[in-house]
Design a protein around this ligand. Sequence first.
Ligand code: SF4
Ligand code: SF4
Length: 385
Amino acid sequence: MRMETVAPCKEIIDVIKESGGEALSLCYQCGLCDTVCPWNRVRSFSMRKLIRQAAFGLTEIEVEDMWLCTTCGICPQQCPRDVKQIEFGVSLRRIATEYGVYPASAKPVSAIRASLAGEGNPLNGERQKRAEWAEGHSVKAFTEAMDFLYFPGCYLCYDPRLMKVARATADILNHAGTDFGILGSKENCCGESIRKTGDEELFKRLARENIKTFIENGVKKILVSSPHCFHTFKNEYPEFRVNFELVHISQHLLQLIGEGRLDLTKEYRKKVTYHDPCYLGRHNGIYDEPREALKKIPGLELVEMVDSREDSLCCGGGGGRIWMETPKGERFSDLRVEQAVAAGAEVLVTSCPYCITNFEDSRLALNYSEVIEVKDITEILQEVI
Ligand code: SF4
Ligand code: SF4
């Protein structure tokens, strides 16, 4: 369906602008965005072209291309005109969502929406089981007097691989004497990724419910494992006129080590490389703390991959892509795991549930089970205390 069948060109441009894509008219078609976009390492994709079509009111809302952007943040970093490609891309998805038009690869998003609306998470887990990961790990229910609300996020609460990360985190926090509690079944998904698929209404509902729960329970400081929760609580929830203090686990770990509250008694004699998650690095500028924490571990050798820090190669999981189909041969995570191996690393470490999910899949697909391990930073620390 071409949007011009619904309304004249000028109106289409207005609809896109009203949906958050207003900066599109600044684009002067230099093409720098396409030069840096990770899609062009695996197939052709042109953000520049999508913007040009929109500028002429020729947007087609059923095309696959408008669902490709992983919101990695690398092209906005390069754009000389501040076109805000992510907001523009999301504006197109908002229109498609409004019309209920999805290409085949984006179809799984419908089931995700149902799970989020019904159970507050995208993994079809029962709300009542949200805190099951914590059983046997001395995790208390949050009370107002505590220093931190620990918000593990959906994947750490329900995904079997990532529940290990939630448990490692709780064990480390208990070891260090961090005063924390969880809200368990009272939590909802933060809503970051569903918002990027264009479902503004569901995002607002999840956010409002979380904010109400946080305020009712006296939450002020939130410790998170997922960079996606970090981003949305810190940068998007203030749209609702609330401000919570946010701490990412990598920041807290470095602080605990610095204060001598984590005795690193064992050695970790391995070559390790750190992958910067887009939403921790480019979107929030946290590059040093995870590296500094890793460098404090006795025996650990930290090596860098070719694309690191501001130039980090996206794992492919942002922008709701974690829920969509990406054909073999087009997965950025395969390239990233290859980069880690090429750097000589025995362990690819990161600090984001989507990255871990994608890297574990790639490790299996590439037959690298014996070649490289994939770990969260907490899992390495847990081994040395
Ligand atoms: S980098 Fe910016 S100005 Fe250049 S084509 Fe892309 S969006 Fe347009
Ligand atoms: S944000 Fe990333 S994935 Fe999206 S168009 Fe820009 S470079 Fe490509």
